[in-house]
Each structure stands twice: as structure tokens, then as C-alpha cells.
Design a binder for this molecule. Sequence first.
Ligand code: ADP
Length: 293
Amino acid sequence: MSSSASASAPEQAAAAATESQPPVVEFRSVTKVWEPGTPRECTAIRDVTFCIEDLPNVGEMVTLIGPSGCGKSTVLNLIAAFQGTYPPTSGEILVRGRRIDGPGIDRGMIFQKYSSFPNRTVLRNVRFGLEINRERLGISETQIDSQAREWIKKVGLGGHEQKYPHQLSGGQQQRVAIARTMALKPRILLMDEPFSALDEPTRIEMQRLLVDLWTEVEATVIMVTHSIVEAVYLGDRVWLFSQGPGRIVKEFKDLPPRVPGKSPLESQKDADFLKVVDHVADEFAKVQRGGGK
Ligand code: ADP
């Protein structure tokens, strides 16, 4: 599966792309079998192949949907190269043209569960990644502090710097995770159901925040979500996975464009938008019934 056709902004950027840039992420026939050779053996994904090309000056957002347990998180964890998941059982994973051998600062992950350190303030949480990567980033103590504070403001938490995670709402805690991750300017942002635990108005607010920040950082975002509405709204492309062992069975592109200045809620009420959501939901239902393979 190739990323050559996408929504309009990436398409324009693709036209300007030079041939020589390696894809951001490439899976070549990747299979992951958990606990092989044991009674608990489980093939999470089988022969997954895709390519997310590098679109200069714009990040692409790819959203992953599919039945529970079909291997979506496994795909993200493989890209992150987390210990325990990486390497795949077979196949090859390339990030910007190179085989990866472990986690890297170029890939940031945001989970569903609020992942802040409970004993650190908002400021110290956001400073954390900058501190441990200080040498690699080549930044001074003053820059650590100013960049952390800048990101706290960008995610709308200005004034909350000295609060601890337990003093924040769920949405605010996810904002801390976003600030902490984005402060490192990852080229690839991996998000595993990041807004699933939030109430609907907060989820919508977080979608708006993500679109705003993502436009600014130009990262490639790969997000797992169980919300078809969210997948269609945020995705330049939506990938539908089969029942486990997961494979990508459908790619939806040419999705309704996000209109600058138009709120997620308004956009998600549009008739054209809802038509696409219906179509994706129908295909999802086929997969759940065991068809669509
Ligand atoms: P999804 O994100 O689509 O819900 P996952 O990637 O979490 O799916 O899981 C895919 C399959 O792999 C499931 O059957 C799950 O039980 C299994 N699995 C996930 N992680 C592990 C693990 N660490 N050890 C063993 N099996 C796992």
C-alpha cells in the first residue's frame, strides 16, 4: 500500500517532494507473533505492508481503526520499537529509510492512560524529556526551562506549571503528555487512543488542539482510535484493519478536508462528512462480521 494519494494538502506537498527523500515509515511484510511456540501463541499482525512518504513542510495524519485485538497497538509499538514488542517476527520496518534498532527521540508516543509522573509538577513533567535528551538536543538549562514553559502555554496550561497531575482534569493531563512529547519535536507522533478516556466535549477540544499543534510541528501522526468520526475527521488517510491477525484491508483517502477556523464539532455535523463516516462504518461492520478481507 502506498501513500501516493492522500488528502489535498499532502498532495500539494507531495508534488513538491524530491524523489530522494526516504519514506517516514515503511513496513515490509511485517508479522508479529506473540509468545511463539507456546500454548499462548498469538499472531497479532500478518504481512502488513505500507509506506508513509515524506511530505516536506507538512505532516500527514494516518488514523488506524479496526476490531479490538486486531493489532493496531502492536503496529504503533513496533514503530516506537518498544522493548518487548520490537523486533517483528518477520519483515522489515524502516524509519526514514533506516532499519530501527530501538526507541528514538524522532518518535514520540502518547497513550490513552495519562502517562505523567505523579510526583512531578506540570513543569517538571514537561522538562523531563528535554532534560534527559539535553546533550542530543544541544540545549542549555535556560532553553530547557523556556521551551518547557512555551509548550505548556501552547497546550493551554499556562498558569498550571506548579500543579501535580492529580490536581488536573483528564483532558489537562493529556495536555501535559502532549506538551512533554511535542517539546522534543518528534518527526513521528504515535498516538494510541489518546482521547478515548475523555468526555465528548473534552475530546473535541483535544482534536482542535491536536490539529493546531500538528500544523505547527509538521510531524507525521499515526493514531489509533476506536471512534470512526475521529478517524475521519483527523485522518488524511484512514486504514481499516481486518480481524486479528490484522492486515490493512481498506484505505480511505480523499476525506473531507479540515477547514481552517471551522470547529471540529461544526465540521463533524456536515452532511458530506457524515456520508463518509457512514461509508467507513459500513466497511468496518463488514470486517467485524468477518468479511471485507
Ligand atoms: P488492538 O490495538 O487492535 O486492540 P493489540 O495490538 O493490542 O490490538 O493486540 C493484538 C493481539 O496481540 C491481541 O490478541 C493481544 O491479546 C495480543 N497481544 C498484545 N500484546 C501482547 C503481549 N505483550 N503479549 C502477548 N500477546 C499480546
